[in-house]
Design a binder for this molecule. Structure first.
Ligand SMILES: [Fe+2]
Length: 210
């Protein structure tokens, strides 16, 4: 049974990935080009998911929430926080790209600092958004605008749904997993078949022996 919104489940996946990058960069060994390539693959997925999430909120979620009565000022504030997060994301993206082409300890240290700034901007925003919007999502999960919003998100992400589901459940708690409203047989096909690239190329990046 769902005890949290899908939004909060996705937020947990962002927090997990930011912690993973911080830990991996702390332990990065000078000249380890194979590890830099692996982290680069995981980064590309994280970057795409975070970009799609905040663009999706602006383009899909906010208009529905506004029609459902959420204050325009609050949504504008969320957009402003997205702007701060985006600046930090660009900086982190540049440093992760630099690490791929020059897998040195110095590049890893620079990327680690950029990831920390991104983590702070992102977690601050996610915490704020959850304080403001999670009660609304839980209380109004069957509001016509919220139902229409969920439908629109599903349509928007058809081609990437398998990868998204494989990523969002990788390391998820049972409570988070139970809050994903996808029937088990559909989930199995989506992650098994269409989430194969995540399971094969990215999930193992985080299963490395220390
Ligand atoms: Fe957001």
């Amino acid at each position: 049974m769902a005890t949290m919104s899908m939004n909060k489940v996705i937020h947990a996946a962002f927090r997990r990935d930011l912690d993973r990058f911080a830990g991996a960069l702390d332990g990065f060994r000078d000249g380890d080009s194979a590890r830099a390539a692996e982290l680069g693959r995981a980064w590309d997925n994280f970057d795409a998911q975070l970009t799609d999430h905040h663009e999706g909120e602006h383009e899909v979620a906010w208009p529905h929430l506004e029609r459902a009565g959420v204050a325009t000022d609050l949504l504008a504030q969320m957009d402003a926080e997205h702007g701060v997060m985006l600046g930090a994301l660009e900086e982190a993206r540049e440093s992760m790209t630099a690490l791929r082409s020059d897998p040195s300890a110095a590049r890893a240290a620079t990327a680690r600092q950029a990831v920390e700034r991104l983590r702070r901007a992102t977690v601050d925003h996610l915490d704020h958004e959850e304080r403001e919007l999670e009660p609304f999502y839980l209380e109004h999960h069957d509001h016509p605008e919220v139902v229409a919003m969920s439908r629109e998100f599903r349509k928007r992400n058809v081609s990437g749904a398998g990868q998204f589901l494989a990523w969002v459940t990788d390391g998820a708690t049972p409570e988070e997993r139970a809050s994903i409203a996808v029937p088990p047989p559909v989930f199995a096909v989506m992650t098994g078949l269409f989430g194969r690239r995540y399971r094969k190329d990215i999930a193992p990046v985080w299963r490395q022996p220390a």
